[in-house]
Design a protein around this ligand. Structure first.
Ligand SMILES: NC(=O)C1=CN([C@@H]2O[C@H](COP(=O)(O)OP(=O)(O)OC[C@H]3O[C@@H](n4cnc5c(N)ncnc54)[C@H](OP(=O)(O)O)[C@@H]3O)[C@@H](O)[C@H]2O)C=CC1
Ligand SMILES: N[C@@H](CC=O)C(=O)O
Length: 438
């Protein structure tokens, strides 16, 4: 029986998961699905000294030319880090006639369109299900199963590490840096974890989705990108009191000819589909004009979850044979705008003394009125020898920004997702305001 020959570029968290799935855990099923044995013929790494525990007959090298020189490689898995040399390698393998499966979101956010053109030119597949939302079958759902549905808005938790951190800070009152270290040990975080906690990783994924859904990206400089690095235990505590959970939410929406995108921590209530997306899970809410609202949820990072997406790409490519590059995604051209939603905010300030609490309250209530903001609800907690005050405000974002600038205290501000805002007891007033502003 002939075999399907594959090479792995990178044998870290992701590459190892792919290796083990092919060689060990899913060998039999994969052979059945593909119709022949999948044979790993080469592995590219950076450091030749590391002990890999790889089968002796597989070429392991630090020189990509050794793999390029192999007589035939059907499919290449790219799971290295950063734009270069991955970009060059992918081009070389596509030109040589290999299909490519990549998990590299940074590269795909920057160069995805160009690389897709190279793949089209050589009539090869370039697939990257693993690059967005780890193991969740999201991209092919959008490409294949939502062809006629116009996507009016996408809201997603797209970074497993941040979600893991926020979940643990809430459920176990864990310290930010300790949970980040855990996420690194579990293989969730990037080689440079600042990309996870500053929102950059979620941003790259959002830009890939923008290319896919709207066939263009917004100007990167216009995208507001805030990570979870400044979130404090106090924010999570106030949110919980009010029935909200803090999530790093990436949003994508079309407005006239523009694509609006944002990544930032947002409070969601228990009626929001992302409320129960916890731990390393990602969740993507797709609002569409035909099926309605969909939630896709599952593991967003880690060795096996990511390997799963790459292995399923392999099966897809091998079953499909050649790409049908002439078929566009139909709904590219049938974009529908989502409706504008009211701006509701939660401001949080930490104050050490009774005196400062009093001062803040006087100052802020005058300022709310001046800045055309309505304070709907105030929550005050005595905590760790001080006070935390949370205010739910309704008003335009520029007014909120002006308000914060003028306050003497350091204040943190988060949007509250208007979806499902009418949480039980305290927010009768808020519901009324929501109805009048929308
Ligand atoms: N971890 C995850 O959950 C997910 C990661 N990704 C993406 O997958 C890719 C890989 O991530 P991950 O496995 O976590 O990263 P790791 O750091 O664990 O592994 C990277 C691998 O790539 C190799 N490598 C790095 N640079 C080069 C180079 N210049 N030439 C040859 N080999 C190189 C390393 O070699 P050596 O072993 O010698 O150091 C290592 O084997 C990244 O793009 C990441 O963003 C995507 C989805 C999920
Ligand atoms: N570091 C990423 C890995 C998957 O893309 C994450 O935490 O989501």
């Amino acid at each position: 029986m002939s075999s399907l020959k594959v090479a792995l570029l990178g044998l870290g968290t992701v590459g190892k998961g792919v290796y083990e799935s092919i060689i060990q855990t899913h060998e039999k099923k994969l052979t059945e699905a593909v119709g022949k044995k999948v044979e790993i013929v080469g592995v590219l790494v950076k450091d030749h000294q590391k002990e890999r525990g790889i089968k002796k007959d597989i070429l392991v090298t630090t020189d990509v030319n050794q793999i390029l020189k192999l007589p035939h490689v059907d499919i290449v898995f790219e799971a290295i880090v950063g734009i270069e040399p991955a970009n060059t390698y992918i081009r070389q393998f596509l030109e040589k006639g290999s299909h490519v499966i990549s998990a590299n979101k940074q590269l795909l956010a920057y160069k995805g369109k160009e690389l897709a053109e190279v793949a089209n030119k050589y009539n090869r597949f370039l697939t990257f299900e693993a690059a967005v939302a780890g193991g969740i079958p999201l991209l092919r759902t959008i490409i294949q199963l939502l062809q006629v549905n116009g996507i009016t808005k996408l809201e997603g938790i797209l970074n497993g590490t941040s979600n893991y951190i926020l979940s643990k800070m809430r459920t176990e009152q864990s310290n930010f840096n300790e949970v980040l270290k855990e996420a690194q040990d579990l293989g969730y975080a990037e080689a440079d974890p600042s990309s996870d906690v500053l929102g950059t990783d979620a941003f790259y994924k959002l830009m890939i989705l923008s290319n896919l859904i709207y066939q263009k990206q917004p100007n990167w400089e216009n995208v507001n990108k805030v990570g979870v690095n400044e979130v404090s235990q106090a924010d999570i505590l106030i949110g919980e009191r009010l029935g909200f959970r803090l999530k790093l939410v990436a949003t994508l929406q079309k407005k006239e000819q523009d694509v609006l995108a944002e990544v930032r921590p947002v409070f969601v209530s228990n009626e929001h589909p992302l409320y129960n997306v916890e731990g390393v899970d990602n969740g993507i809410v797709l609002n569409t004009d035909l099926v309605g609202t969909l939630l896709l949820q599952g593991p967003g990072a880690g060795s096996l979850a990511t390997a799963s997406a790459m292995i399923e790409d392999l099966v897809y490519i091998s079953q499909k044979g050649t790409p049908n590059i002439q078929t566009p995604r139909f709904s590219y051209n049938s974009l529908v705008e989502g409706k504008e939603e009211p701006s509701i905010w939660l401001t949080i300030v930490e104050l050490p003394t009774d005196e400062l609490v009093k001062e803040y309250k006087q100052y802020s209530s005058i300022n709310f009125a001046n800045k055309d903001l309505t304070a709907v609800h105030q929550e005050e907690i005595k905590h760790n020898d001080g006070y935390i005050i949370g205010e739910i405000l309704v008003g335009k974002s520029e007014n909120v920004e002006r308000f914060i600038e003028e306050l003497p205290q350091k204040i943190r501000i988060y949007p509250i997702s208007p979806k499902g805002i009418n949480i039980a007891t305290k927010n009768v007033e808020l519901t009324r305001l929501q109805t009048t502003t929308s």
